[in-house]
Design a protein around this ligand. Structure first.
Ligand code: MGD
Ligand code: MGD
Ligand code: SF4
Ligand code: MO
Length: 745
């Protein structure tokens, strides 16, 4: 049977987990009225564990089971931290660190100790309050989008009241380019497409997304769209199996075993070349008379410059840059141009590039040329990552605060907010390295492992006096990202365990209510994030100008959110009404955009110059056969970001994590056959004994998994979004040259 994405292995995973002794707890949690912990597609909430916002049932994938199972682990036995030194803990890989269990008591690692040891909450508050008593620009936060809106709001309010704008967030490493690009063009930074709207589209252009693994429920929508006669255009250097055929467990007879075809067009471009492809599609739309000029004139500005760029860019330049033939581009343009309603959706392949913002603008330009923004069934749809990463942005956890929120916060706090630009994630690490940060509070996440150049990050973090990690489970960052003086790990409840309700926002702007729950941990000193942050805020700020003590109460926080965050008015009553809602003003079904004059503001996007590093720049040993490739770093099927759940990636045929997916032609150029071992070298280090796996990936590109691969490179940063170019890392792949009589067995 041909390999398909999804399919029976997913069912196998469900069965394996459910028949374990903890299976009952797992099922109970799956039915708990709270949003899925895993990705931002979003499911669950008040409608029930398996139901999406449109009431469709069976909307829950194996990823959510994995995430819950991980949060239901027993508490870490105390002897782990008593007996193991820091250097022993540092030996743990991602999966081993996660599998230690759940954090159940606060821990501290002091400067003069080589152990984490238990510490009482009172002492924790003393240390934390002291840490916040430095000058505000020397305090920073980092956050990951798993926590609630309420916790996110308190975090930013506490920081801004202090006078710090240093609100780094995982979105800086993720969809920041979407936020900047969309805001430039449309004045809004999130998806303009609701789930309901997506269901009415005729065509989806899916760019740089491995949705079968990372947003599995989106695949059901794609299957449904195709079964109605709609078209799917995929743009990706890697022919991911699930983007070609996907077996959906939600449709056992029609789809699960045979698999459903997904892509009508598969545009397999060079990494980093999306702008060239989209300018090519624009050019073909012009040449084939598929541009809606009436729409452009009425609803956009500066369209002439975009049209002029597409006209004047030669086909040769386009084809040379993206590596796709003119005929394929024209065919895709036909499908896009002839479809009545088109949704453009994208993920990390588009954003994690040195020209990530241009990628988004070129996608937006293409949509506008066909009149596909501000219309039912059409529009721009960034596919967000973490389950509440978008909520963090909405709550103001960003260094680019919307003016409207800024004014509302100034009114609330009775003072002007600090106007110094804060540190985003990359800037935070640079600042730490320069000794400019004294105190760092991390609400979730794994700052150490999520960033490029692991050794540099480790050293940078070691310049900070106090680091406070607020987490549910241990990760490698807790063991490698150690502060100069005190490193604290503070245990908090996962979403379904909080003693109070919370809310989160999906990538499609739907706000879900998570009911309160009970933790399986007995005799622990775990607390809720809201309670913890509220207490810290109270100790740091006292009782003015707002009653900070009340920031441990979700109802009070929601009233403040309703008062200050646009479109969030309905949150004030959500506990009473249990009515989940779509944020006002986000879904655009009319071509009137939230810009100053209601029009979309277009701008030309220069084609990238995709030169690679020269082999001589790598400082390789003598007598090696080497090739320089553009490395795509991303996720395996069995991991969630920096946390590895399973070692292999069965869909890509990669049996373990120290593999490189390569085009066989590139492997042959250095005389290497499949399963042989190579060294992969970046500008900051090398990984050795890496097994070569052949895959259907564009020649010149290769793929490896993070976080391990973050050890070997320092990424270029997109100057406009601050995002590292994780998807086009120049590496030398090499092997020793053998004597002539050596045969490759
Ligand atoms: N199971 C699981 N689910 C997850 C996550 C997880 O780690 N595991 N993480 C969550 C988070 S935070 C995020 S952000 C999302 C990430 O979801 P994705 O963005 O789907 O994940 P990535 O693995 O980063 O890979 C993106 C795809 O981009 C393609 N690509 C690489 N370079 C280019 C390029 O230049 N152009 C184009 N067009 N494509 C390119 C790659 O081949 C790959 O298929 O998933 C979320 N969901
Ligand atoms: N090379 C490379 N690097 C990348 C990427 C890539 O594609 N390539 N992708 C980037 C992307 S898109 C992202 S989003 C980042 C992810 O970066 P992060 O968001 O920083 O990392 P995660 O691995 O998601 O963080 C996992 C940890 O969060 C904590 N956690 C989980 N749930 C909760 C909760 O409810 N509350 C609290 N307080 N803590 C919790 C747990 O302790 C867990 O160990 O990585 C980025 N790094
Ligand atoms: S697609 Fe995302 S939100 Fe939906 S069940 Fe899977 S992991 Fe959860
Ligand atoms: Mo992400």
């Amino acid at each position: 049977m041909a390999i398909i994405g999804g399919g029976l292995p997913v069912i196998g995973y469900w069965l394996k987990k459910s028949i374990r002794p903890e299976g009952v707890k797992l099922w109970k949690t799956l039915f708990h009225k709270s949003a899925c912990l895993s990705c931002a597609w979003g499911t669950g909430g008040q409608k029930g564990g398996f139901v999406d916002e449109d009431g469709q049932v069976l909307q829950r994938c194996a990823k959510s089971v994995e995430a819950i199972a991980s949060e239901l682990q027993p508490a870490i036995p105390p002897e782990i931290f008593n007996n193991r030194t820091i250097s022993q803990l540092q030996q743990l890989d991602s999966q081993e660190a996660n599998n230690l269990g759940k954090l159940s008591h606060p821990l501290i690692k002091r400067a003069d100790s080589d152990h984490y040891e238990p510490i009482g909450w009172q002492q924790v508050y003393e240390i934390v309050t002291q840490a916040f008593k430095v000058s505000p620009e020397r305090v920073a936060s980092y956050s990951s989008g798993r926590s609630s809106n309420e916790a996110a709001f308190v975090l930013q309010l506490m920081m801004r009241a202090l006078g710090s704008n240093n609100l780094a967030d995982c979105s800086d490493l993720c969809h920041a380019a979407s936020t900047v690009g969309l805001r430039n063009v449309f004045g809004t930074a999130t998806s303009m497409v609701s789930l309901e709207n997506l269901q009415q589209t005729d065509c989806v252009v899916l760019i740089g997304s491995n949705a079968p693994a990372n947003h599995p429920r989106l695949m059901n929508e794609l299957i449904n769209i195709r079964s109605r006669g709609g078209k799917i255009v995929v743009v990706n250097p890697t022919r991911e199996v699930g983007l070609v055929r996907f077996g959906s467990p939600a449709s056992p007879i029609k789809s699960l075993i045979p698999g459903s075809q997904i892509a009508d067009h598969f545009l397999q471009l060079h990494p980093g070349s999306d702008v060239a492809l989209f300018v090519g599609i624009q050019k073909a739309m012009l040449e084939e008379d598929l541009v809606d000029f009436a729409y452009l004139r009425a609803h956009s500005e500066n369209w002439e410059a975009v049209v002029e760029q597409a006209r004047s860019t030669s086909w040769q330049e386009i084809i040379d840059t993206c590596g796709i033939s003119q005929q394929e581009i024209v065919n895709a343009a036909h499908t896009i141009g002839k479809s009545e309603k088109v949704v453009f959706a994208w993920a990390m392949g588009a954003t994690q590039q040195v020209n990530g913002v241009d990628n988004i603008i070129s996608i937006a330009n293409t949509a506008l040329l066909g009149g596909n923004a501000g219309k039912v069934g059409a529009g721009l749809m960034p596919i967000r990552g973490h389950s509440n990463v978008q909520g963090f942005g909405s709550m103001g956890v960003t260094i680019n605060l919307k003016e409207q929120i800024q004014h509302a916060l100034e009114l609330l706090l009775g003072k002007k907010l600090c106007s110094t630009k804060g540190y985003d994630t990359s800037a935070l690490i640079e600042a730490a390295s320069d000794g400019k940060v004294d105190s760092l509070i991390c609400l979730g996440g794994n700052l150490y492992a999520a960033n490029p150049n692991s050794q540099f990050v480790k050293k940078a973090l070691s310049q900070i006096d106090t680091i406070i990690y607020i987490s549910t489970k241990p990760n490698q960052g807790h063991f490698h990202g150690l502060a100069k003086q005190n490193t604290l790990i503070l245990p908090v409840f996962a979403r379904f365990e909080n003693p109070h309700s919370t809310t989160v926002e999906s990538g499609n702007n739907f706000v879900r209510l998570n009911s309160s729950g009970v933790s399986h941990l007995k005799n622990s000193s775990v607390i809720s994030e809201v309670e913890l942050l509220g207490k810290i805020a109270e100790k740091v700020h006292g009782d003015s100008p707002i009653p900070w003590a009340r920031l441990s109460e979700v109802q009070y926080i929601r009233e403040l959110i309703a008062q200050t965050i646009p479109g969030y008015g309905a949150i004030a009553q959500i506990e009473q009404t249990k009515t989940e809602f779509t944020i006002a003003g986000r879904i655009l079904t009319e071509p009137k955009f939230p810009t100053s004059n209601g029009k979309a503001i277009m701008s030309p996007t220069p084609l990238p110059k995709l030169e690679c590093r020269e082999i001589e720049q790598f400082d390789l040993p003598e007598n090696v056969r080497a090739i320089v490739l553009s490395l795509i770093t991303g996720r395996s099927y069995g991991q969630h970001n920096t946390i590895v759940y399973n070692q292999g990636d069965h869909y890509r045929g990669m049996p373990h994590r120290n593999c490189i997916l390569m085009n066989s032609l590139d492997a042959q150029k250095i005389g290497v056959s499949e399963h042989q071992k190579v060294t992969v070298q970046g500008d900051a280090g090398a990984l050795e004994q890496v097994e070569v796996i052949y895959g259907d990936i564009k020649s010149g590109a290769a793929m490896m998994f993070y976080p391990e691969v973050n050890a070997i490179f320092s990424a270029k940063i997109d100057p406009r979004s601050g995002t590292p170019a994780f998807k086009r890392v120049p590496v030398a792949v090499w092997t020793y040259q053998f004597t002539d009589n050596y045969s490759f067995a």
